[in-house]
Write a protein that binds this ligand. Structure first.
Ligand SMILES: Cc1cc2nc3c(=O)[nH]c(=O)nc-3n(C[C@H](O)[C@H](O)[C@H](O)COP(=O)(O)OP(=O)(O)OC[C@H]3O[C@@H](n4cnc5c(N)ncnc54)[C@H](O)[C@@H]3O)c2cc1C
Length: 529
């Protein structure tokens, strides 16, 4: 297929949803272009297999940031899926939508159609929930969503400890209220990872109106006048062009969709000129508004076996065999088993800090040999902002990621308050009774200054970049609420980069929701609606 009605650039969480939904109409042709390869085989299917994929350049972009002054000048390593399924092919599988107020805030700020009540049907449309029937979940969609097959007992102790410190216990956290502590669910079906490649793309791949090209790096969008009419890609370094009869849709993720716009002449005029790129539209916000969850890992040693001690060579072999036979056991688990959202300041209207509990621990040298657990702490909706720029006009060069992960003083203050709250949770009887010692930090910080040093020295990413192609109602926004790129025709961005602000959530389910809603917006436009 050298031309199609719709060209989708990027076969990730949102892109595979688009490919499925847009090709449901047999009268429309769809071409999906992906830089990575397929995501098949045991390591993609088996939930714990992703540990072997992270850090492999064939399937992980392994972006490196500029030195970040807010992390005491350290560079960060930003993993991102480079294969069909994108992030959903290698991620932690934690399924969470966020809080009602996150989306209501988007709508209140001009993103018409994106309130909680308006996005909930799209979360439900995707879902094939394998747990007990609940009005907050749906069955019959492509995406397998399941309770954890194997839950570590310390996850219950963590939730109980949260309750002992005054938090609510949430039996259901997918109905728009995440204010409390809960055992999380995961994007899995029958013990296998449910990536968007396996859930959405595989069932659609045989449709004669859908073509999938892998190993093709999109360089830039091509235009006829103001209308996007195709895409130039590089395959093994050789240029190739594909024509789009109706629309080009960028779904290359938060770190790459802005770069494709910039190489296409849509970005800050001064930056494009510096890169030797002709300015099609001076759009200074392209690449800006980058948000990510800074993550600090606190860990304690425990009195019962955790994954630190349950996966020696013999146990590993036994567990892989168990997985191959029954898709059960430790290999079917996800890293995070429980979460909590807390108000680090009781005066706050909504929780501002998120905790994720994992039944293993380590330090800078690697996994510990003693059993233990970790709680990852993030500011739920950070105020710190960064930006994505081009390094050069060459599509094969990775973009500049220039972030101040903890650049906003309110984020640092919330992290410190959040970590003090976490210490109280560790001291609550349900968890304290299992703790045999401190791991990270080894000594309790004495004051805020010591906390700040620890956090700046020790924080990394939460794997949730959003926002660099901001949706909004104002002229400065990159896309409008129908996800159309401002100032040109026939071009949309449909991925996590359009989120104006981070929802109180991990970002896979929201990206899939954006894919579902984006497909509906595109189909409505084709009908002239
Ligand atoms: C290690 C890790 C763990 C995570 N854990 C969780 C979790 O447990 N729960 C959760 O909710 N979220 C998690 N996330 C985040 C979540 O997976 C992402 O937010 C989500 O996948 C983003 O979807 P997207 O469609 O915006 O982009 P992506 O899924 O990243 O898709 C972009 C796709 O575009 C392709 N691409 C990029 N540039 C080009 C180009 N120039 N030409 C062609 N193709 C291109 C990429 O290869 C990729 O396939 C995690 C992410 C990572 C990396």
């Amino acid at each position: 297929m050298d031309a199609a009605d719709y060209i989708i650039v990027g076969g990730g969480s949102a892109g595979c949803v688009l490919a499925n939904r847009l090709s449901e109409d047999p009268a429309r042709t769809v071409l999906l272009i992906e830089a990575g390869g397929p995501s098949e085989g045991l390591m993609f299917r088996m939930p714990t297999g992703s540990y072997t994929l992270l850090g492999k350049p064939a399937v992980d972009w392994m972006h490196v940031t500029e030195p970040d002054p807010s992390l005491n000048g350290r560079r960060g390593s930003w993993n991102a899926g480079r294969a069909l399924g994108g992030g959903s092919a290698i991620n932690g599988m934690m399924y969470i939508r966020g809080d009602k107020h996150d989306y209501d805030d988007w709508a209140a700020n001009g993103c018409v159609g994106w309130s909680w009540d308006e996005v909930l049907p799209y979360f439900l449309k995707s879902e094939d929930y394998q747990g007990k029937p609940s009005p907050a979940h749906a069955k019959g969609g492509p995406l397998g969503v399941s309770p954890l097959r194997i839950k570590h007992p310390l996850a219950d102790a963590f939730v109980e400890a949260c309750v002992q410190t005054g938090l609510r216990r949430l039996p259901e956290y997918c109905a728009g209220d995440v204010d409390g502590a809960f055992i999380n669910i995961v994007t899995q079906r029958h013990g296998a990872r449910s990536s968007t490649a396996s859930a959405f793309l595989k069932p659609a791949a045989r449709r004669p109106n859908l073509a999938i090209v892998t190993g093709a790096m999109a360089d830039q969008v091509l235009f006829e006048g103001e209308r996007a009419c195709g895409v130039r890609v590089l395959v093994d370094g050789q240029p190739r062009t594909y024509g789009a009869n109706a629309e080009v849709i960028l779904a290359a993720g938060t770190l790459m969709s802005p770069s494709i716009l910039q190489r296409s002449g849509i970005g800050a005029g001064s930056h494009l000129r510096e890169m030797g790129i002709g300015v099609r539209r001076d759009a200074p916000e392209v690449g800006r508004n980058l948000q990510e969850h800074a993550s600090y890992s606190s860990s304690r040693f425990a009195d019962i076996p955790t994954y630190n001690t349950m996966l020696g060579p013999v146990d590993l072999a036994r567990n892989v065999a168990l997985y191959l036979l029954l898709q059960r056991g430790v290999m079917s688990t996800a890293p995070v088993h429980a979460m909590a959202f807390v108000r680090s300041d009781p005066a706050l209207e909504h929780p501002d800090v998120k905790f994720s509990f994992a039944p293993f621990c380590g330090d800078t040298k690697g996994m510990s040999k003693r059993p233990g657990f970790t709680v990852f702490t993030n500011v739920a909706t950070p105020k710190s902002r960064g930006e994505i720029r081009l390094r050069s006009a060459d599509a094969m060069e990775k973009p500049v990621i220039d972030h101040r992960l903890l650049g906003h003083p309110d984020d640092m203050a919330a992290m410190i308050r959040g970590l003090r709250t976490l210490d109280r949770i560790f001291e609550a009887p349900a968890l304290a009774s299992h703790i045999t010692g401190r791991n990270v930090p080894p000594e309790p910080p004495r004051d805020d200054a010591e906390w700040e040093t620890l956090i700046r020295d020790g924080s990394g990413i939460g794997y949730h970049p959003v926002g660099a192609c901001r949706m909004g109602a104002d002229d400065g926004s990159v896309v409008d609420p129908k996800l159309a790129v401002r100032g040109v025709r026939g071009l949309r961005v449909v991925d996590a980069s359009i989120m104006p602000t981070m929802p109180s959530a991990n970002t896979n389910a929201p990206a899939i929701m954006i894919g579902e809603k984006g497909a509906d917006l595109i189909r409505a436009a084709a009908r002239g609606a």
